[in-house]
Design a protein around this ligand. Structure first.
Ligand code: DGP
Length: 117
């Protein structure tokens, strides 16, 4: 079982922010912005390339709802998914990074500058 499947199953702890029957949003262990959530399908789907359009439609609605709930829908946010080896995907369970809570620069992807925001 992958680590995100273990989080879904409750076998690993996580700081959950929102969930429904199919999807889960929880805080990234190593935040790259004042607000950094990971949003996943509960079912194991390896990466974006593998998700079907129907599930993606549900995931889209869930992400938009989470953004509203976090108060990011008007101020803006960044949504990222790393796909596969060259995309830098470390955890092989599809996840979207939802980053916000301040004006983001590209540098926020790889340094500690969000800590000064
Ligand atoms: P990626 O490189 O796109 O596969 O991003 C994986 C992200 O998952 C990375 O930002 C760190 C985060 N992460 C890894 N292990 C855990 C964990 O056990 N719990 C939580 N909350 N986040 C994790």
């Amino acid at each position: 079982m992958c680590i995100f499947c273990k989080i879904v199953a409750g076998e690993l702890p996580s700081n959950k922010e929102a969930e429904n029957e199919h999807f889960l949003a929880f805080h990234d262990l190593y935040p790259k912005a004042p607000m950094h959530l990971l949003i996943i399908p509960k079912a194991h789907i390896e990466c974006f390339q593998e998700i079907d359009a129907h599930t993606m439609a549900g995931l889209t609605e869930f992400i938009q709802e989470v953004a509203r709930r976090m108060g990011l829908d008007k101020s803006g946010y960044r949504l990222i998914t790393n796909n596969g080896e060259d995309g830098g995907q470390e955890v092989k369970h599809l996840h979207f990074h939802l980053l916000g809570g301040g004006k983001l620069k590209w540098e926020h992807l790889h340094d500690e500058s969000h800590k000064n925001m």
